[in-house]
Ligand binder design. Sequence first.
Ligand code: RB5
Length: 153
Amino acid sequence: MFTIAIGSDHAGFPLKEKIKEYLLSKGYRVLDFGTESTDSTDYPLFARDVCLAVQRGEAQRGILVCGTGIGMSITANKFKGIRAALCLNEYMARMSRKHNDANVLCLGDRILGDDLALAIVDAWLSTDFEGGRHERRVRLIREIEQSSKGLGD
Ligand code: RB5
């Protein structure tokens, strides 16, 4: 069953709950890694758990929500095999699937209204990777990831 891992910090909690309800109503299986309230917490913890679930194949995709979506996307892209896309509109959501084969969607609760956020989720989930020349580019990302060097390596 197509499974989506979701997570948020306190700022993203209200939207995360709406996305969860929406996904369940559409028949997706949802793994909710929290948070469970608007009490202040730290977004990297939830990005980590969602990305690990995607890496392990426990979920096919992940959706992460924080205030802006920026912290979630920075963290998620540290994980091998994760291509996280911060999307502000449906066009970005479609392109992140068609061209980048994004497997994690990052959203900002303080940026998006609920209707737009759900439309972005819908566009993202219903768009396939185009492959072709984009396959080569995603492979290059993978190669860079495998051999990535920091200063001193
Ligand atoms: C929390 O205040 C906020 O910094 C966080 O939700 C997120 O926007 C970080 O990128």
